[in-house]
Design a protein. Structure first.
Length: 140
């Protein structure tokens, strides 16, 4: 009994350290957050970014351990979803900017000089896909 508890704690701690280490490596090695601050010209809010990342990781990890059910009004859910979408969109944009994925992609598919069309296609595709998901699958 005690061995099972200690083993479960050790495996959980090792898994948490591995995932946390990968998350920190993702953010620091690729320089996602500094590039995001550069793009949005919000370098003066660096502590807010740090606290947002740390509190988000802790809150997400904690909430994944339990199944919470909250009674939240629909308009609050819409605001939270909008803010989450903006954050992940900006994070994805910063990631592609750091890795220079889109300029390489435009050259490969023969769209030299039409990067804005590719970006708009990605944005509209993401919006349509999200609306489809929320309208048809979440509300069932």
């Amino acid at each position: 009994m005690i061995v099972n508890i200690v083993l479960t704690i050790a495996i959980g701690l090792a898994g948490g350290l591995a995932v946390g280490g990968g998350f920190v490596a993702f953010l620091t090695v690729l320089g996602i957050i500094p590039r995001l601050m550069q793009l949005t010209k919000t370098m003066k809010y660096i502590q807010a970014y740090e606290w947002a990342v740390v509190s988000g990781a802790i809150g997400g990890g904690w909430s994944s351990l339990y199944q919470y059910t909250w009674q939240i009004p629909s308009f609050v859910i819409v605001i939270i979803g909008l803010m989450s979408g903006i954050f992940f969109g900006m994070l994805a944009a910063a990631l592609t900017e750091v890795l220079n994925v889109l300029p390489i992609l435009t050259k490969r598919i023969g769209m030299d000089g039409k990067l804005i069309l590719l970006l708009m296609a990605i944005v509209f595709g993401k919006v349509c896909g999200s609306l489809f998901h929320w309208i048809y699958f979440v509300n069932r």
